[in-house]
Design a protein. Sequence first.
Lengths: 141, 141
Amino acid sequence: MNTVDYLQHHDIKPSVQRLAIMDYLQSHCTHPTVDEIFTALSPQMPTLSRTTVYNTLKLFVQMDVARMLTIDENNIHYDGCTTPHSHFHCKRCGKILDISHLPCPISDLSPEGLVIDEVHLYYKGVCPACRESGKSDIEQE
Amino acid sequence: MNTVDYLQHHDIKPSVQRLAIMDYLQSHCTHPTVDEIFTALSPQMPTLSRTTVYNTLKLFVQMDVARMLTIDENNIHYDGCTTPHSHFHCKRCGKILDISHLPCPISDLSPEGLVIDEVHLYYKGVCPACRESGKSDIEQE
DNA sequence: AAATAAAATTGTAATAATTACAATCTTGAA
DNA sequence: TTCAAGATTGTAATTATTACAATTTTATTT
């Protein structure tokens, strides 16, 4: 499905800005921040406003076509992939990687009377690349 | 073990401020924010500085006697309990509850070459209390 | 006990992410 | 074409956090 249809199927009007942001999210699985998206799209869309990126991502999350990742305490990251999966956050390079591992079924929770809308699972540590390069300490981005 | 010994066993000098903050964390399992801790302790410690609360919590996390929770995108919360457990974040009242559910063993991850230091698992939804009271929409705190 | 050094705390100022908001622009319907 | 609703923009305001220099506390040496 193309991006126009994808947004429309989720009751989102496919403006030029929204299309560009969704395309960026889906073609860059790097879980970008607002600023990364803004910086990447600015050259081709010189009139783009940071506020629009904020508004659009908020809308995307509301309409369930993006997920907000609060894994990194310094910046909120966004994920255009909405199928359940987990993440790995490298403390050295700061990258957030997708991994497939998911928790056990949550049926054993329902006795507590909780209504569960979202499941978030992630790990923190050191990624293979950083481990190889042997950088000694934390120095993100 | 008392709080003085607890901090000393983790190579943390038990200053008055640090003791007060650790005591607060351990006696209030509400996963408070910096501001909640500062506001709660200020009356008894009028000279306490917000910066000290920030510094102290950073130290506690480094020394492994507290965990930083980035579940709530608006504020960082802190947890004085360091044994593995999961959380539930109510989207209505904003409370973070402890729950015991944990993911399956992570041994199936090691093939990917990741070094894992921390596991974070939490759920978002509506807590029993908010469900009962039937408040219609999101209105945190 | 006095002098000194190291560590911790404090308060203010700076930084940076996010939001509020009013003005402008775009789109689609009447 | 006119109009209204919605989307975008840019600036200003807000807020959490950090930087930093000054002060205070604590521990150590003489």
